[in-house]
Design a protein around this ligand. Structure first.
Ligand SMILES: [Zn+2]
Length: 449
């Protein structure tokens, strides 16, 4: 059997750790951050005015300016890479006729490679090279979680990013080779559920992972932002700041819920040696372009407050990108193979006979096959998941997922009660319920002995 070949292979896994400082940064380090910001801005201006795009052509300039600021060559190289990156992104935006202001770094910062700093993994002490022969140090607060990450085998500290109030450490470790899957979990991503099929050699199950909290959080925040905007309508500056804060809170809350979900899902995949099949939304975006194109086709704006507007807002704030981003990097970290499927027509094709059921608008909550002699029908979202599974088996089945098959008849019987794929969690919950039940005072329990 050949090794699985996920579409997005990752040779190494990068992880960022955001670490709080113990106390404040010493004054020489703060001075370094200010000088570094200046250097990056100078390099950025040089790159934009001279039109230089190659790292080599700018490094000479970077070194000269670093010498003036009395920074080391190591800092100059890192600053040149950052300046070039910012200039490149700006040019790309201009090329695509997107809004772009000339970039300028406002806040002092430092990003540097391993040749200019040293982290002591026990004490959290960071020694940092300021200038030639001149060092300073500060301490980071390392929580048990951070220590675990740092102690993981083959982990290398790759980069350090310092701002006056926090430090980000970039870790790199070789990605584990994806395991050979014995099961497949094909999941269609919907607004508040992941739906699809779990396939093993022996069985086909319908599965559903609900995450209704995300939609609730978003609805709460929309209402809150409305209220704020009304209250602060006459003070744009304060209003803006409060609204930004609301947005940040909402994003953090949604993100944290998704982290819980994706962590469970990946652990469950590892435990069952399952591969994941997900929709590759980038393929869809390339096919249909324009401000109104979303997965549900073109939704025109409509008047404010109209159901269409509401639907549009809900879909554009739908965090499917974040969900897939988390699944992608967590899968790479744990060696879970992911198959990315082009979602074209996965929700409108019959998995049994392959007949196209027409544009999506005509498909209700239940998918019904357009072919009268076929008679297939299934919950629309589960049907899309079944199609993802079918496509993966068609393209990779023989070589990589040997022996797995999609039993559609079992699926249509099962679909009445889609399962939660986290058996372990379900079991733990049941056990807890039982334990709590047995701890009740006598009389409340039934059938003791
Ligand atoms: Zn059919």
């Amino acid at each position: 059997m050949s090794l699985p070949s996920p579409v997005h292979p990752m040779p190494s896994v990068l992880r960022a750790l955001v670490l709080p400082l113990v106390g404040e940064l010493p004054p020489p380090v703060l001075a370094l951050l200010r000088d570094y910001r200046l250097l990056v801005n100078e390099i950025l201006r040089e790159a934009l005015t001279s039109g230089k795009t190659a790292r080599g052509s700018l490094s000479r300039f970077a070194r000269d300016r670093a010498f003036v600021h009395q920074l080391t060559g190591g800092h100059a190289v890192a600053a040149a890479a950052i300046g070039l990156g910012l200039a490149k992104a700006h040019r790309r935006r201009l090329r695509k006729h997107l809004d772009s202001r000339v970039p300028f770094v406002r806040l002092p910062f430092l990003r540097t490679g391993t040749d200019t700093f040293h982290l002591d993994r026990d004490s959290g002490k960071v020694r940092l090279s300021l200038r030639y022969g001149e060092w300073s140090h500060f301490f980071l607060h390392l929580a048990p979680f951070h220590r675990d990450r740092l102690a993981a085998p083959d982990t290398r500290v790759k980069q350090l990013h310092v701002t006056p109030d926090r430090v980000v450490l970039y870790l790199e470790r070789p990605a584990p080779t994806p395991y050979i899957p014995t099961r497949l979990l094909a999941l269609d991503t919907n607004e508040s559920t992941l739906d699809g099929v779990a396939l093993s050699r022996k069985s086909t199950h319908a599965v559903r992972v609900p995450f209704p909290e995300v939609r609730t959080i978003q609805a709460t925040h929309v209402a809150r932002r409305r209220k704020l905007a009304r209250k602060k309508a006459t003070d744009r500056r304060v209003g803006r700041r409060l609204l930004d804060r609301e947005g940040r809170r909402e994003r953090n809350r949604v993100r944290s819920r998704l982290h819980v979900l994706t962590r469970h899902l990946i652990h469950e995949a590892v435990r069952n040696r399952a591969a994941l099949a997900l929709e590759d939304f980038s393929k869809l975006a390339r096919r249909r372009r324009g401000p109104f194109s979303r997965r549900f086709g073109t939704i025109r704006p409509g008047p404010p407050g109209s159901p269409r507007r509401v639907l549009r807002r809900r879909l554009s704030s739908w965090p499917r990108g974040e969900l897939h981003r988390q699944l992608t990097y967590k899968a790479a970290e744990h060696g879970v193979p992911i198959y990315w499927v082009n979602p074209f027509r996965t929700s409108t094709i019959c998995p049994k006979c392959g007949v196209y059921a027409g544009p999506r608008s005509r498909v209700g909550p239940k998918f019904v096959c357009a072919n009268p002699s076929c008679g297939w029908s299934l919950d629309r979202q589960l049907n899309a998941g079944a199609n993802l599974g079918r496509i993966v088996l068609r393209d990779h089945g023989r070589a990589e997922l040997g022996g797995l098959r999609l039993d559609l008849d079992a699926l249509s019987e099962e679909a009445m009660r889609p399962r939660y794929p986290f058996e372990q969690i379900e079991r733990a919950r049941a056990e807890r319920r039982e334990r709590e039940g047995s701890n009740r005072p006598p009389g409340a329990t039934r059938g003791v002995g």
